[in-house]
Design a protein. Structure first.
Length: 571
């Protein structure tokens, strides 16, 4: 059980322990000089400070202790570095290990808060990264055996709803159930928002409608529910197109009834105090290197803020779901807000100190001009329009590359959709989460290079090989030792898959999976071009090659699934 690097670290760690040093000095990492070795151990340098010996001497002494282990075909020392080359037998065995061999010993209850859609507003490109990154993190956590809940956390409460309700009362005076449609909502909210910025009477009326809604006015609640139902149906459709799925569709409204008691307790227990008419909780700490303002729970007029609903949401999650970890996949520009909420929750006992809460922030998706992605007219692009854009471009690319030629039209459309989603998702997830990036649709939709379409095409090619093998009754067989460096590179990549997933989880970094997937696909493409597979005359070699293709395909499909990308059956 365990990943490749974990197993190897246990071998070298035991050698360090036998040498009288700390077991941890035996940590093995992937070599930064693949021309010299597969993996390396740099622990001799740290051990030298403790043992008062030169790193080369320590490394040589450790080499003598591990050189005969069957995991290694060669163990060399360069300075204080221990360079380790794996034996063929170990590579073959480890390349077939399943991901469930590294499932977490401590199964965590994890909530992933992502999406952040607002009711009565269409999803736009600003919602893209939260959906894509959050979905991938949810899948990575789940693949490692954790109990994971994905929550969209809808913005379905507050002044925006009051604005819409007030605008509807103007357009449909005296009508309890106005015939409003989704298309109407797309126009109503921007119109109401614009009026509220220039017309104080309009804004006050919207605030009054908000207060009535939150106080439980039956007519307002019924209208609000209608608006929510219309919006959520549309949101689910858009998210499904993006292959993003939530376990919970809770919103701010679900914690509205918890807020009065929560506020009262915080006041009674001395956590909350009044300041300039507002109710605040001080969250600054003595060792802060920058000023951390108080968390504001109530404005002077008694209105709640995002911090209030976020705090109440944590209380609900603690009481109902008992999580060990909550991941908030939210724009990095919200870092101060999330810090205030987390500190407020821990300080007031809303969350136990044992509950880990993280803000896994991200940068922005920008257009070729380096600014946030816009429509050609300069407006904010709806997410459904972006999906349509990449799907259309994918269909053009499929035509240009003569891919999926001869397939039925409906299947070609579905392939174009999948290629479009892969274009969007891989372009995003191949970047470091916190980094801003430029989305170049022409570059990222190509079937060549570091792109989602390239990865899909490579996986489909592997599927095609195995399908033809089945048609020819060419059986898969026992994987034999690698015949050359190309085959060996593939085996090493396969053996390291579990480590890459563990690293992606530990760092909350789907790009670790994206990088790995591209590397494996590239190595397989080289293997495909340089080796006979189906036409190999030696039956044992052919059977071994087909088994290698199967292992590559399984790993490509699984790694792409962790990125939220589906693979077509054929192209």
């Amino acid at each position: 059980m365990g990943s490749l690097l974990t197993k190897l670290s246990e071998i070298t760690g035991a050698a360090f322990a036998d040498y009288g040093a700390d077991f941890a000095f035996g940590r093995v990492i992937v070599s930064n000089r693949p021309d010299l070795c597969d993996v390396q151990c740099n622990g001799a340098f740290a051990a030298a400070k403790v043992l008062k010996k030169a790193p080369p001497q320590i490394a040589n002494d450790i080499r003598e202790r591990v050189a005969s282990h069957p995991a290694f075909s060669k163990v060399e020392v360069a300075g204080g570095y221990l360079n380790l080359t794996l034996s063929d037998e170990w590579l073959v065995a480890e390349s077939g290990e399943r991901l469930d061999t590294v499932r977490a010993e401590q199964k965590l209850k994890i909530i992933v808060d992502y999406g952040g859609a607002n009711v009565a507003k269409p999803l736009h490109v600003g919602h893209l990264r939260s959906a894509i990154i959050g979905e991938s993190l949810k899948r990575i956590c789940r693949a490692l055996g954790h109990d994971v809940i994905g929550d969209v956390h809808l913005g379905d409460w507050g002044l925006q709803m009051g604005m819409i309700i007030h605008e509807l009362s103007i357009r449909f005076p005296g009508v309890a159930d106005p015939p409003v449609t989704l298309e109407d909502l797309d126009e109503i909210y921007p119109s109401a928002s614009a009026k509220s910025k220039t017309d104080e009477a309009y804004l006050n009326a919207a605030r009054e409608a908000t207060a009535k809604l939150q106080a439980g006015d039956p007519m307002y609640r019924a209208l609000w529910r209608k608006i929510v139902n219309l919006s959520v149906a549309d949101l689910k459709n858009d998210y499904q197109k993006l292959e993003t799925y939530f376990d919970l569709w809770y919103g701010e409204s679900d914690v509205n009834d918890l807020i009065p008691a929560l506020i009262e307790r915080l006041k009674r227990e001395g956590f909350a105090r009044e300041s300039e008419g507002a109710l605040i909780v001080d969250v600054a700490e003595p060792d802060d290197k920058q000023e951390i303002p108080p968390a504001i729970l109530l404005k002077g007029d008694g209105a709640v803020l995002y911090a209030t609903t976020d705090l109440a949401t944590i209380e609900m999650r603690v009481q109902q779901m008992h999580p060990d970890l909550i991941l908030y996949v939210i724009d990095k520009r919200q870092s101060l807000h999330m810090l205030q909420v987390f500190r407020c929750a821990w300080k007031t006992g809303v969350a136990p100190q044992s509950l880990a809460m993280e803000h896994d922030g991200f940068g922005t998706m920008n257009g070729p001009d380096g600014k946030p992605f816009k429509t050609r007219a300069g407006g904010t692009m709806k997410l459904k329009d972006l999906i349509e854009l990449v799907t259309t471009r994918a269909a053009e690319r499929i035509e240009e590359a003569n891919v999926a030629a001869g397939l039925p039209e409906e299947e070609r459309k579905e392939i174009a959709r999948m290629v479009g989603v892969a274009t969007l998702k891989f372009a995003d997830l191949s970047n470091t989460r916190m980094k801003d990036y430029v989305f170049d649709i022409d570059r990222f939709s190509s079937f060549e290079g570091r792109t989602g379409p390239y990865l899909l095409y490579t996986a489909v090619r592997a599927k095609s090989i195995l399908r033809k093998a089945e048609e020819r009754e060419a059986a898969l067989g026992t994987l034999i030792a690698p015949r050359d460096a190309v085959e060996r590179d593939i085996l090493l990549s396969l053996a390291l898959f579990r480590d890459k997933v563990l690293a992606a989880f530990a760092n909350r970094a789907p790009n670790e999976i994206a990088d790995y997937t591209y590397e494996l696909a590239s190595r397989f493409a080289r293997y495909y071009h340089e080796h006979h597979i189906l036409s190999e005359e030696n039956e044992n070699v052919r059977a071994s090659s087909l088994e290698l293709v199967r292992r590559v395909l399984d790993t490509l499909v699984l790694s792409l699934d962790l990125l939220g990308i589906d693979v077509p059956e054929r192209m």
